[in-house]
Design a protein around this ligand. Sequence first.
Ligand SMILES: [Zn+2]
Ligand SMILES: [Zn+2]
Length: 252
Amino acid sequence: MQLTVLGTSPSFPNPGKATSGYLLEESDTCLLVDCGHGVTSVLLSVLDPRQLTGIVISHMHADHFLDLVPLHYAYRFQYRLERPLPLWLPPDGVAILDRVIDVLGLDARMFADMFTVREYVPGEPLILGSVRINFAPTTHFIDAYGMRFSGEEGAGHIGYSSDTAPDERVVGLLRGVELALVEATEVRYAEPGEGKGHLTARLAGELAREAGVERLLLVHYPESMGEEIAAEASKGFGKAAELARQGRSYTV
Ligand SMILES: [Zn+2]
Ligand SMILES: [Zn+2]
């Protein structure tokens, strides 16, 4: 299974970079996981978007889904799809997307022709081609879901925390994965209690250590603080944590 990082920014873009987006490839399956602002541009620089076999969104914050709008224009004006692409949203995601389509004056029918929009059931695994996805709710400001991707016949596991504060359910989801993408939004909380929806770098490392993951990739981090974030996360992890790099691919 191969993962390509399309963006590593937190809710605001690091200069010249994209927010959350990942490409997950396993044999004939090619999934876009999250599509935050800036992601479509990076996606188009690494593949023809007609190669995607599905899109899965972890939660309905702008830095995780809003580039579905420019992506839909890319399909509309340049990369015509032969059949609609499955788009999997979290529970209640369809109503939120409908409101976005409405308020931006997009052509809802055109959008529906492009995407088969459905909501996943977080308590059930989602099988998309050669990839199995298990979900776990996270602790965030809105409903959000971490994901665990398993390759064919259980070979290769990649975990993704989505956005979360410390949460045992996320630890359980990421248990023993070869590669874990864990958000490290803050170097440290400015005030106690501020961290209700995100992890500090140290806590990201501790979460990964508790889950027993082999390799920790830090995502959703402010690049200006990158060195400090990697150092803090490594202390929590007990071994070297790495900053995920936009455009780089990782194989398990
Ligand atoms: Zn986010
Ligand atoms: Zn969020």
